[in-house]
Design a protein around this ligand. Structure first.
Ligand SMILES: Cc1ncc(COP(=O)(O)O)c(C=O)c1O
Length: 508
């Protein structure tokens, strides 16, 4: 409801207030000082991690703010009123969020991002630098090209001889790469659609693949039932020998394989696939190899952990999320193609009003030719800015420190008789269960349920933020050490808090 129409003059005054550089400067200063206090408090470990409020309460609160604008009476708000309102909004937003920068945030694969990166992102959004065509975002395009080249070579691709792009998230990155694979494997499927006759083409995917892989199969028209899970070894890594058998079997059945989708690493326990062996099998069967390195790709920056990615550069395509282990704010996800020509196989389409035939060479710099997005935010600003300030060493530091935290937590679990680690961690993901003496002989389902209840109490208390998962159908606790400010003392405290909640639940 906007009430009765404003006069054009009032409308212009209100617009002028909204665009006022002075007001922008004042509010930006306010923002800087409030966020400085926020990070000082949160990073130094005070206050809750998650500010838990039930969703309906939060939605009602958010909606109530929409009726509180100082301009609600159809007038032109004064700068002081806007300043006060901005301060109140800011306070509410920070008080109701999840504090990823707390060292007790050990949650999903979303990092305590480096706040400085957000300053570069802010430049992009404040000046609305977007891409699709080079002219609209010349610097955004240049920045993207520069980081694609550097990250790609860091992950083993030959300098100047591959293609890459940035898109809005790992799910979209996997979808983009698998669409390319589908188009290459199935000839004219992009233009003609799928032939109705059997047998249907399949996608072979890691059994623990992130759900976006199956979702991609649905979106691509392959059908989610045509995703064939690749068998795993006892460390939940794709088993190359069994993959070889599976591909031979599928060939025998006359089923075309669009791609093999491997993981570096897989989400549940952070297992890295043996990529060189998988590449041998894919080459033997002449099948497109894709690797979802959304989480683990950043290991390529670390001298100590880079070996986990041996063979990655042999994949036809792979993805890596900078908004995971490169610690930039969401979203900034890379897609890489080993063969640069493949970037034009994704969307065999042109939009003449966008891509200027009078300057054909320039079209190669029009990002919209290779991404799902037409308008795309300058998603690489944060990463480029951080790299420009600290160099690539910072990304190696992040990997080294957080992977080491994973090992330190694992060592503690091994030493504690009332905890059961479910794997030796290869990175910063650690999955385990708390099994106190009283539950030692309990059914697996009971132990799983007990751990789930502990996690719910723990996160609602604001003391820690951790995740739950299912391993072999049984609930477990899952921690991602994805805040490099976490220290060993916080790991000790985590185990103490889990024990405390667990014994209270047992008493109850
Ligand atoms: C292995 C893997 N792939 C893909 C994704 C999805 O990435 P996004 O959340 O950026 O879409 C995730 C998310 O955690 C993941 O762990």
């Amino acid at each position: 409801m906007t009430g009765k129409p404003s006069s054009l003059e009032t409308a212009r005054q209100r617009i002028a207030a909204a665009y006022s550089p002075d007001l922008f400067g004042t509010l930006a200063g306010q923002l800087a000082s409030t966020l400085t206090d926020h990070f000082s408090r949160v990073e130094s470990n005070s206050g809750p991690v998650l500010n838990w409020t039930p969703p309906t309460d939060n939605i009602a609160a958010a909606e109530s703010w929409l009726d509180r604008s100082p301009a609600a009476d159809a007038g032109v708000p004064q700068p002081e009123e806007l300043q006060q309102q901005f301060a109140r909004c800011l306070e509410t937003m920070l008080a109701r969020g999840n504090n990823l920068h707390s060292p007790r945030y050990l949650g999903h694969q979303v990092p305590a991002s480096v706040p400085l990166a957000a300053l570069f992102d802010l430049i992009g959004s404040a000046t609305n630098q977007v891409m699709a065509i080079y002219e609209m975002g010349p610097w955004a395009t240049a920045v993207e090209r520069a980081v694609v080249e550097r990250v790609g070579t860091q992950l083993g691709l030959p300098a100047g001889n591959f293609a890459g792009l940035i898109t809005h998230g790992g799910s979209l990155a996997n979808l983009t790469a698998l669409l390319t694979a589908r188009n290459v494997a199935l000839g004219d499927a992009w233009e003609a659609g799928f032939p109705q006759e059997q047998p249907r083409p399949v996608l072979v995917a890691h059994s623990d693949a992130h759900y976006c892989i199956t979702r991609a199969a649905g979106v691509l028209g392959l059908g989610t039932r045509q995703v064939i899970p690749a068998p795993l070894d006892d460390r939940r890594r794709m088993d190359p020998a069994k993959l070889d058998e599976l591909l031979a079997d599928l060939r025998g059945q006359g089923r075309q394989v669009v791609a093999v989708s491997a993981c570096a690493c897989a989400t549940p326990i952070g297992a890295f696939d043996p990529l060189n062996d998988i590449a041998d099998v894919c080459e033997k069967h002449d099948v497109w190899m894709h690797v979802d390195a959304a989480h683990g790709g950043a290991a390529g920056f670390s001298e100590q952990h880079r070996h986990l990615l041996d063979g990655l550069a042999r994949a036809d395509s792979f993805i890596c999320d900078a908004h995971k282990m490169m610690f930039v704010p969401a979203l900034c996800a890379f897609v890489f193609y080993r063969n640069p020509v493949h970037r034009f196989e994704t969307f065999r389409q042109d939009a003449p009003y966008l891509f200027d035939p009078s300057a054909p060479g320039l079209a190669d710099y029009d990002s919209g030719l290779t991404t799902v997005e037409c308008t795309k935010r300058a998603a690489a600003y944060g990463l480029w800015g951080l790299w420009s300030l600290f160099g690539p060493r910072l990304f190696a530091d992040m990997v080294d420190v957080t992977f080491e935290l994973g090992r330190q937590l694992y060592n503690r679990l091994v030493d504690a008789p009332d905890f059961e680690p479910l794997h030796a961690p290869e990175c910063n993901i650690v999955v385990f269960r708390h099994i106190p003496e009283e539950l030692r002989d309990a059914a697996a389902a009971t132990i799983g349920e007990f751990n789930r209840r502990i996690r719910r109490e723990l996160i609602e208390s604001g003391e820690f933020y951790i995740v739950q998962t299912n391993i072999d159908g049984v609930g477990a606790l899952r921690v991602t050490l994805i805040n490099p400010l976490t220290e060993e003392q916080h790991l000790d405290r985590l185990l103490g808090s889990i024990r405390r909640i667990g014994s209270r639940l047992l008493e109850g």
